[in-house]
Design a protein around this ligand. Structure first.
Ligand code: R5P
Length: 324
């Protein structure tokens, strides 16, 4: 029987070789050295060949959230950030309506969807017991996440028309729609491989799922095994290097909810030091008090060798300069 990661016995026996980089002979990017020319060229637009890292600017949130704070007017808030990232992660609607076709940035196109933050929960209501002990109950199916009921939401022809380098698909390991989201991933990989376009599997964390290294090791590895060329997950306070080490393709981290700027810069720094190939960050940049300053500070950490404290100082200086 297959082992289950994280049981006491198994944890003792596992060896992640976190200090031994995985080789990629002849190419700069982990796990990508045996792809065809077109795929490698697209990945080289997303990841900087000098250091193998990327700053993806994520602003696809509207695909299920509508006008997220900071994204009410993408033309006003995101276009000023565009010069400082490597890749724009977005929906086709925003790409066509707002992003100049003259952009030189790589495109990571949201390719799954079909649900919203107000999708109905599946619930059962009833009563148990008799007489005075009679009680009403309301239950939600464990692991059920209405948001996880996604489909593929973009054809491969559309992705080619939009010159996508990467297609992003949400994967909900442990949810009621796990199988369906994994099928979305494998179908997309089949389509995208025909044309040398990369697929990024995005680990979605539902309420029923713990945001810990054990869960992310499981989810990222499953996606890589099923063909994802890039995997996106959250950073963890503990054992993040075990997640990057046992995932054979590049991992980029999502920023998650807005946190203080210094904390976000530390997270980006730690993630890269622990084997991430960069960030796919949204709210911690575009919801900052000074988004351009924060974007440049993130760039300092990911690409320019700044320590978190130095990058935070840069953020403060730029913010003060912009205000004066
Ligand atoms: C989430 O589903 C979206 O796809 C975002 O791209 C992702 O969460 C990254 O954005 P943030 O840094 O705001 O978490």
């Amino acid at each position: 029987m297959a082992d289950i990661d994280g049981t006491k016995q198994e944890k003792k026996d596992k060896e992640y070789f976190t200090h031994v980089p995985q080789e990629a002979p002849g190419f700069f990017l982990k796990g990508s050295h045996q792809y065809d020319w077109g795929m490698k060229n697209r990945l080289s637009k997303v990841f900087n060949p000098k250091n193998g890292r990327t700053i993806m600017l994520a602003f696809d949130h509207g695909y299920f959230q509508g006008p997220t704070t900071g994204l009410e007017r993408v033309d006003q808030t995101i276009l000023p950030l565009e010069p400082y990232c490597d890749c724009l992660m977005l929906t086709r609607g925003i790409q066509r309506s707002v992003i100049p076709a003259s952009t030189q940035k790589a495109i990571a196109l949201r390719a799954s969807g079909g649900t919203s933050m107000v999708s109905p929960m599946e619930e059962w209501e009833g009563e148990v017991g008799e007489g005075e002990s009679k009680r009403a109950f309301k239950l939600q199916r464990p692991g059920f996440e209405p948001l996880s009921n996604e489909s593929l939401a973009c054809s491969i022809e559309e992705a080619i028309r939009l010159n996508a380098s990467v297609l992003a698909v949400q994967v909900f390991i442990g949810s009621a729609y796990e199988r369906q989201s994994l099928k979305n991933l494998t179908d997309l990989v089949d389509h995208a491989n025909r044309y040398g376009i990369a697929v990024m599997g995005v680990v979605a964390v539902g309420r029923a799922m713990a945001r810990n290294a054990q869960y992310f090791r499981l989810a990222t590895r499953i996606m890589a095994e099923l063909g994802a060329h890039i995997v996106k997950c959250y950073h963890t306070d503990e054992d993040f290097e075990t997640i990057t080490s046992c995932c054979p393709v590049p991992i980029v981290i999502a920023g998650g909810k807005k946190r203080p700027e210094l904390d976000a810069l530390k997270m980006a720094y730690d993630a890269c030091e622990q084997g991430a190939s960069g960030v796919d960050m949204g709210r911690n940049i575009f919801q900052s008090d000074a988004p351009v300053a924060m974007m440049k500070a993130v760039r300092g950490v990911v690409h320019e060798g700044l320590k978190p404290g130095e990058a935070f100082q840069l953020y403060q200086d730029l913010k003060a300069g912009a205000a004066s």
